[in-house]
Design a binder for this molecule. Structure first.
Ligand code: C2E
Ligand code: MG
Ligand code: MG
Length: 740
């Protein structure tokens, strides 16, 4: 689920990045394109300006020439037209005029190509006579071959500058303007037109492909109706004498740059149009755009590949981390964190949360090895996985602890399922040839609203109820005694202060010889009691198991041992006869390092012989801890007599007697209680016989009745401890009765 969420997050992130990149690159491209187009427009403007300048320079040359000639002509005009024509003739060819002519005041014109005509009606004459330099638009050459010509005219002044003697005119083949404006622009792809502002063409580049009859605006409108808007705009711009560019559709889109010319034809302002197919301009920017595209694409690819590689490695690392975080190292399946996550997805679903533990799983590890223990755990896991339905959850928490969430409605069905699991696990012990695996279950019903942490601790509370029980292996949280939990908590909290305030008292229970003639005290067992400040006594079964769990027991055991040593020393000083006072050592205390060393040091501190403080170690400890053999040897070497306590209370194993070298076997009350029934008595008989054959002495505890005493005496039991002789006594009482 986490992976899925993560995947979608990255897909969204990548998609977002791609979108942003696309947007950024498109914007970037558009900006570059816009900038390039502006550059091209500028370029177009430059080209158009050059064209206009070239054309204006040509006209200016012609004007200067004509005005200069007029200056010359006025001197010879009086002398007759022949002299004038003779003078003008050489200029005609030199300046590429078709003809040059002079018009006398009366309107009679004489030309260099031999014509004499009355041109008094012609506008160029009239304008010259008004003192104007005048250029006609393209007109038909009525004198010659009817080709289009343009006539330049200028007044010829007399001696008196107010007096105009006539006009001088030069006729120019309009087509020759083509050469003037035929400036190579845009690699020959651009062309120019000189037009009057109504669109009438005066001249155009010879290589133009446009087939304009006379008016370029009409032509363009006819070519494509879409041009209408642009031509209207162009006309308007020209009316206002403006400069600029528009796009017109010819065979394709064309940029048209319009620029006014500072000379009028027919007294009308005219314009230079520089036309370039849009494609030509685009071709110029397209290599740049192509490079930009390649560059942007490369950047995009680099960014995306980097992002992808980053996400991929990041995701790989994260998946690895997730796997580590959510996978149990042994089962390679769900762990607590994963369980919690999956349970969260089930928010609102009710069901039973079950905490599973195993009684004495350590035995498997200690007797069969850790590898076998791991194999057992793995197989238990497989059984649990098989036992749950698809929508149910299971996880290994740690060591031999598991957790289940079963969506079961009915308690009975649930317990049946747990029984089946128990059976399968028992069967597994047989198959793996390992000590019997006994699971026990703490069950909490989740309504679907509580946190796993709370529910799990409740299930664990319930689990404690069945730990060590033989009649059942499951308990529901409802059965938990909260009073007891509070009490336990209080005891834990008060341990330190109790130790400081000497609230722990050592009581003594005498042990008697099982002598038929005269039973005599042979020693005692030190038993702890907790006297609360209010004077009440807390018996050991209420706090010993608790302190065994939290580790405080080792300090308590040491405390009792020290107290007994001190007491023995005191009696010794007082000249009393010393009897061995055995001290209990919990198996939990044995797990602490240097335990033997510690006890030896205390002995040395009080200068007490070890034989006066035998140690009682429970049998379960011997099964639990294979290292106990080493410890037993060490304790022996230090001189401590060792008693195997509580033999027969459920963990009994005759086999251990052979392995562990205890000095005294303490028969548990549960065994002694069997005295009276045949099988029990047989068991006692063989146990004592075996222990004796191994060189052990026998102490029976929990002896309450005379028949038990007699039976034990008959079996040659060595010592007897029990209420029959004496209950555990406070120090004063014990001293009073037994310390002589
Ligand atoms: P245990 O070492 O087996 O001690 C014998 C227990 O049996 C004592 O219970 C004693 O009072 C009881 N008992 C003896 N004779 C009779 C009898 O005839 N009838 C009945 N009903 N009970 C009898 P106690 O003092 O309550 O101690 C219980 C257990 O607490 C001890 O069992 C021992 O395992 C543990 N314990 C007591 N003191 C210490 C201690 O200083 N350190 C550790 N680690 N455990 C201790
Ligand atoms: Mg004991
Ligand atoms: Mg005992």
């Amino acid at each position: 689920m986490v992976k899925r969420k993560f995947k979608w997050f990255h897909i969204a992130l990548l998609a977002g990045a791609v979108l942003i990149l696309l947007f950024a690159f498109t914007w970037c491209k558009m900006a570059i394109r816009r900038e390039l187009q502006t550059q091209i427009q500028e370029n177009l403007k430059d080209v158009a300006s050059q064209n206009v300048l070239a054309f204006e320079a040509d006209i200016r040359d012609k004007q200067n020439l004509l005005v200069g000639m007029a200056e010359e002509v006025k001197g010879v005009m009086e002398e007759g037209h022949r002299d004038v024509i003779n003078m003008l003739e050489p200029f005609t060819e030199t300046y590429q005029f078709k003809r040059i002519g002079v018009v006398y005041e009366n309107g009679i014109a004489y030309t260099t190509d031999g014509y004499m005509r009355n041109l008094s009606f012609r506008e160029f004459f009239k304008q010259a006579m008004r003192g104007n330099f005048y250029i006609t638009g393209p007109v038909d050459d009525t004198l010659g071959d009817e080709e289009k010509i343009t006539i330049f005219s200028t007044p010829v002044y007399g001696a008196n500058p107010d007096e105009i003697m006539g006009a001088l005119f030069a006729t120019y083949q309009t087509k020759k303007f083509q050469e003037v404006i035929n400036i190579d622009s845009f690699g020959g792809e651009g062309y120019n037109y000189i037009i009057e502002k109504d669109g009438t063409v005066i001249a155009g580049s010879p290589h133009s492909t446009l087939r304009i009859k006379s008016n370029i605006l009409t032509y363009m409108e006819e070519l494509d109706s879409k041009n209408q808007k642009s031509t209207d705009e162009l006309q308007k711009e020209m009316e206002s004498g403006k400069t600029g560019s528009i796009v017109l559709k010819l065979d394709d889109d064309n940029y048209v740059y319009y620029m006014p010319i500072h000379y009028s034809f027919n007294n009308e302002p005219c314009y230079m149009l520089t036309i370039v197919p849009k494609q030509v301009l685009m071709n110029r920017i397209s290599p740049v755009l192509r490079y930009v595209n390649i560059l942007l694409l490369t950047i995009a690819v680099v960014i995306l590949v980097t992002a992808f590689v980053y996400i991929y490695t990041y995701q790989k690392g994260r998946i690895k981390l997730l796997q580590l975080a959510y996978t149990d190292s042994l089962t390679k399946s769900d762990n607590y964190a994963c369980f919690e996550l999956k349970l969260e997805e089930k928010k609102g679903v009710s069901g039973y949360l079950i905490s599973i533990d195993f009684s004495e799983f350590k035995i498997v590890n200690n007797t069969c090895g850790v590898e076998k223990g791991d194999e057992a755990i793995l197989n238990v896991w497989l059984i649990l996985r098989k036992a749950i339905r698809l929508d149910e959850l299971a996880a290994r928490i740690s060591a031999d602890n598991f957790i289940l969430f079963l969506e079961e409605e009915n308690q009975e069905v649930l317990t049946e399922r747990l029984c089946r699991i128990t059976d399968m696990i028992a069967q597994l012990s047989v198959e793996l040839n390992i000590p019997r695996l006994s699971p026990y279950f703490g069950i909490y019903f989740m309504k679907g609203t509580e946190s796993l942490e709370v529910a799990y601790s409740c299930a664990n509370e319930a689990k404690h109820l069945v730990k060590g029980r033989h009649d059942t292996n499951y308990a529901f949280y409802d059965e938990v005694d909260f009073q007891q939990i509070m009490e336990r908590k209080e005891l834990e909290d008060r341990f330190e202060s109790a130790l400081e305030n000497c609230e722990f008292e050592v009581w003594y229970q005498p042990k008697y010889s099982a002598d038929k003639v005269k039973a005599e005290i042979v020693g005692a067992e030190a038993l702890i009691r907790w006297r609360k400040p209010d004077g009440s006594l807390i018996p050991p079964f209420k706090f010993i198991p608790l302190f065994e769990k939290n580790g405080l027991i080792s300090r308590l055991d040491e405390y009792v041992f020290r107290a007994v040593c001190e007491q023995q020393k005191e009696w010794e000083h007082a000249g009393k006869g010393l009897l061995p006072i055995s001290v209990n050592i919990s198996r939990a205390s044995l797990y602490y390092s240097n335990v033997v060393e510690k006890y030896k040091n205390i002995l040395a501190e009080y200068a007490i012989e070890a034989k006066y403080v035998p140690l009682e170690i429970t049998e379960s400890a011997t099964i639990d801890n294979m290292e106990i053999r080493g410890l037993i040897d060490e304790f022996h070497a230090a001189g401590f007599p060792l008693l195997l306590d509580d033999f027969g209370n459920g963990y009994s194993s005759l086999a251990t007697l052979n392995v562990m070298h205890f000095d005294i076997l303490k028969l548990d009350k549960s065994l002694v209680d069997h005295i009276g029934d045949e099988n029990g008595e047989k068991l006692l008989y063989y146990t004592i016989k075996l222990a004796k054959s191994l060189g052990m002495q026998i102490t029976a505890e929990g002896v309450e009745h005379q028949e038990q005493v007699i039976f034990l005496q008959n079996l040659k039991c060595n010592d007897i401890q029990g209420f029959f002789f004496s209950k555990p006594l406070p120090l004063d009482e014990y001293q009073r009765q037994f310390v002589i």
